[in-house]
Design a protein around this ligand. Structure first.
Ligand SMILES: Cc1ncc(COP(=O)(O)O)c(C=O)c1O
Length: 326
């Protein structure tokens, strides 16, 4: 029993997906009350701001989000009695936009830009609004180290506990990098041999060395060199192509009953291929499935794509994957 909805964040289940050797589990973050892994970081950043009085009663929370961080903030803000303003890019799905509004948030839609530092980006707009709004707090997930600390404090220990310390590989998509590097750091502190693997879009700002191309996986994609992404704990960044990942949405839903969002398909594609190539019988992998497919139904990824390529797929050779030079 909980007094508040945000106290139900976390303790999401691990569900096995069969691989030839070892074990691979999907951690279903869409079962959080706000529907994504971002519930954890939003709660942590808001409660830290309450503790240090950056956020005071009657205050306004303003942030830039590709959707899920904003939805988490709107849900928690509603339950805690704060006004919430979220700036999003016009790449956002209709479902996410309507969910933000349904939680009572004020939403500003900004043009999709190649880079967060662009003065027209949703991030720049949120910064401006924050400066103009008295008694406002901006969690600022791209710069706030508490974003990664959330996953160091909540997600990492949860995975360690749920696998009885047997985890050997941790797979998560990277946007800000908080999910992969926060939980990754905790896991490496428990056992330095655990491999931490980040998924990025092959077209992201970071992957293309500052010459990004369009891609369609919400949440994943390093559009900015964020200080939240701690490269020292990430063993490998696996670059994912839309056309390989997106067909898996249908496979995961139709064959596994997991209605997940595009970043989960990207993680699944990378993790299953990795498991085929590198797992032995002792391997225990955990994949973060960050959000639900219900937020993307109008993108029609679950009924189209007649040629799913996951699960029983042939291992893909490493030319799809690349470790960043530090
Ligand atoms: C839906 C979704 N959004 C965002 C992310 C990336 O999170 P972060 O910003 O912490 O890198 C993930 C990672 O698992 C995700 O699944």
């Amino acid at each position: 029993m909980h007094k508040h909805i945000f106290q139900a964040i976390g303790n999401t289940p691990l569900i096995e997906i069969t691989v030839p050797r070892g074990k691979l589990y999907a951690k279903l973050e869409y079962l959080n009350p706000g529907g994504s892994v971002k519930d954890r970081s939003a709660l942590f950043m808001i409660e830290q701001a309450e503790k240090d009085s950056t956020l005071k009663p009657g205050g306004t929370i303003i942030d830039a989000s590709s959707g899920n961080q904003g939805i988490a903030t709107a849900m928690i803000g509603a339950a805690k009695g704060y006004k919430v303003i979220i700036c999003v890019s016009d790449k956002i799905s209709k479902e996410k936009l309507n969910t933000l509004k349904a939680f009572g948030a004020q939403v500003e839609v900004c043009p999709n830009t190649d880079c967060l530092e662009d003065p027209n980006s949703y991030h720049s707009r949120a910064m401006t609004l924050h400066k103009q709004t008295p008694n406002s707090f901006m969690p600022n997930q791209y710069f706030n180290i508490a974003n990664a600390q959330a996953h160091y404090t909540l997600l990492g220990p949860e995975i360690w506990r749920q696998t009885d310390g047997h985890i050997t590989h941790y797979f998560a998509a990277s946007g800000t990098g908080g999910t992969v590097s926060g939980a990754g750091r905790f896991l490496k502190e428990q056992n330095k041999n655990i491999k931490v693997l980040a998924m990025d879009s092959i077209n992201s700002y970071r992957a293309t060395g500052g010459r990004p191309k369009p891609y369609n996986v919400d949440g994943m994609g390093m559009d900015f060199i964020s200080p939240v992404f701690d490269e020292t704990v990430v063993d490998e960044v696996i670059l994912v192509k839309d056309e390989l990942a997106l067909p898996l949405l249908k496979t995961l839903a139709h064959q596994h009953g997991m209605l997940v969002g595009p970043s989960s398909a990207a993680v699944a594609w990378a993790a299953i291929n990795y498991a085929h190539q590198h797992f032995d019988n002792q391997s225990v992998g955990v994949m973060i499935f960050g959000d639900s497919g219900r937020a993307y139904l109008t993108k029609h990824c679950y009924t189209e794509n007649e040629n799913p390529r996951l699960i029983n797929c042939t291992p893909t050779k490493t030319n799809q994957s690349k470790k960043y030079a530090s």
